[in-house]
Design a protein around this ligand. Structure first.
Ligand code: ATP
Length: 452
């Protein structure tokens, strides 16, 4: 059974050190969370899985890591300054502020119907670069990672000699001053996105859009999400963002409902068209703004040597929403049949924060402890991920703890290990709870086969 409430997940995340409310000791900051000791491992593993699938396993994608502070002109010409806003209403009674489309004419805080007319609210965090706080020095924290990919398009093409079709991938922080952050880490104000901008010949965009939909769906299944908990939603034409020709949302059955996990948009030539110099030289499909400030033509040569502005297909996922979906799917409460139950996080092994826990049967036995330290040093070098020495509590508690954080294998050093030859340890499987004995000389091969 998967998690059915957000409380189950939030409580496990806090108890075991995955995710904490930011500034908890001061009452917290709404819509901002910190990843704890195990959360950072899970997040790194998920990002590594994405990078591997999107960059390393392909021959047509390059990476980028652009700055978060964004030049105002970038977000002016991308259209964000004018359009990146939600209509919102204020409650005149309790002074609460809400998204107009999320309330039914009634304040969700105090129930009053005395509300202002909806007004646009820009979601970007504004700051100033340098010592003077005037309009000439405005910059933004980026609201999406994509824009830097478009503005660096020409530099990447020149540096790598790429030809169409090819993509640029990026993972990084984005910031949106969401009016109603909620549902734990589902909707927050600071989050990470993993985005690919895949540049294609105009006319092949529809085909590539389909291919990316299938590719991304399969990737989510590979991360452990079940097909029956996923819905692929086709955005109706009337609801499309102004830049999009078509858009699929990969939705997941979160505890708060079937909601967007990743968007896959056909953005046509809108973005490169907006940021390019001399847009009139190109036969653009999207309706782009006049741009007299760009210094560069964001174009590439086709097979006949003609300069064109490519179309772009964009799979864009939220890393935090990915983690929430994966935790929801993996969370399992199991009745052990003997009056006891356990919580086990059935994470895919490549995502598990700790791969192997080394557990001493007796903490106060020096020989056993030395053997644990020795094994930890040796196994850590295998490159399978984090190998942790677990020396809190008794063996039963250690197993429960590692079930709850999804550690696939627990390796126990006992008296047989230090007294008998050939030297061996027990290995306990998280899901079946079965134990086998393995000679320590065979451990590297056993673990490599298991994890790599
Ligand atoms: P929503 O409709 O849920 O606000 P969106 O359509 O604005 O999302 P995009 O701009 O397409 O989202 O961003 C791509 C992905 O980034 C989303 O699919 C989601 O996973 C993630 N994302 C967007 N906004 C947030 C947020 N406030 N908190 C967490 N993740 C987010």
């Amino acid at each position: 059974m998967v998690a059915t409430s957000m409380e189950q997940i939030a409580s496990l995340c806090k108890r075991r050190g995955f995710i904490f409310q930011n500034a908890d000791i001061y009452g917290g900051m709404q819509g901002v969370y910190d990843f704890g000791p195990l959360g950072i491992e899970l997040k790194n593993n998920l990002k590594a899985a994405w990078w591997r699938a999107m960059v390393y396993e392909r021959d047509d994608v390059e990476g980028l890591d652009a700055a978060i502070l964004t030049n105002r002109k970038v977000l002016k010409y991308s259209g964000h300054e004018d359009t990146f806003s939600d209509p919102m209403v204020d409650c005149k009674k309790c002074k609460g502020r809400f998204r107009a489309d999320q309330i039914d004419g009634k304040c969700p805080n105090c129930g009053s119907t005395d509300l202002t007319e909806p007004r646009p609210f820009n979601l970007m965090f504004k700051t100033h670069v340098g010592p003077v706080e005037d309009d000439d020095n405005i910059a933004y924290l980026r609201p999406e990672t994509a824009q830097a990919i478009f503005t660096q398009f020409k530099n990447v093409v020149d540096a790598t000699s790429r030809k169409l079709p090819f993509g640029i991938a990026q993972i990084g922080k984005s910031f949106r001053n969401e009016i109603t952050p909620r549902n734990f880490i589902f909707r927050v104000r600071e989050f990470e996105q993993a985005e690919l901008e895949y540049f294609v010949y105009p006319g092949t965009d529809v085909e590539w859009h389909e291919k990316w939909k299938e590719n991304r769906l399969q990737w989510w299944l590979d991360q452990g999400l079940k097909r029956e908990h996923i819905n692929v939603y086709t955005t109706p034409k009337d609801d499309l963002a102004h830049y999009a020709k078509a858009c699929y949302d990969i939705q997941y059955q979160f505890p708060n409902g079937m909601e967007e996990l990743e968007g896959i948009a056909n953005r046509q030539d809108y973005d490169l068209g907006n940021h390019t110099k001399n847009k009139e030289e190109f036969n653009l499909s999207a309706h782009c703004h006049e741009n007299k400030e760009s210094t560069t033509k964001l174009c590439i040569q086709d097979e006949n040597g003609k300069w064109i502005i490519p179309f772009v297909v964009e799979p864009s996922m939220g890393v935090g929403r990915g983690i929430l979906a994966i935790l929801t799917e993996a969370y399992t409460e199991e009745d052990l049949g003997d009056g006891n139950s356990r919580i086990v996080l059935k994470l895919k092994k490549h995502l598990a924060p700790i791969k192997v826990a080394i557990i001493p049967l007796k903490k106060n036995n020096e020989q056993i402890m030395n053997k644990c330290h020795e094994l930890k040093q040796k196994l850590m070098k295998l490159g399978i991920g984090r190998v942790a020495l677990e020396n809190t509590g008794n063996i039963g508690k250690a197993y429960r703890r590692h079930d709850e954080v999804g550690t696939p294998l627990c390796l126990t050093v006992d008296f047989e290990t230090i007294e008998q030859q050939p030297e061996s340890v027990t290995i306990r499987d998280r899901d079946t709870m079965e134990q086998i004995r393995v000679n320590t000389a065979d451990l590297p091969e056993y673990l490599r086969n298991y994890f790599l």
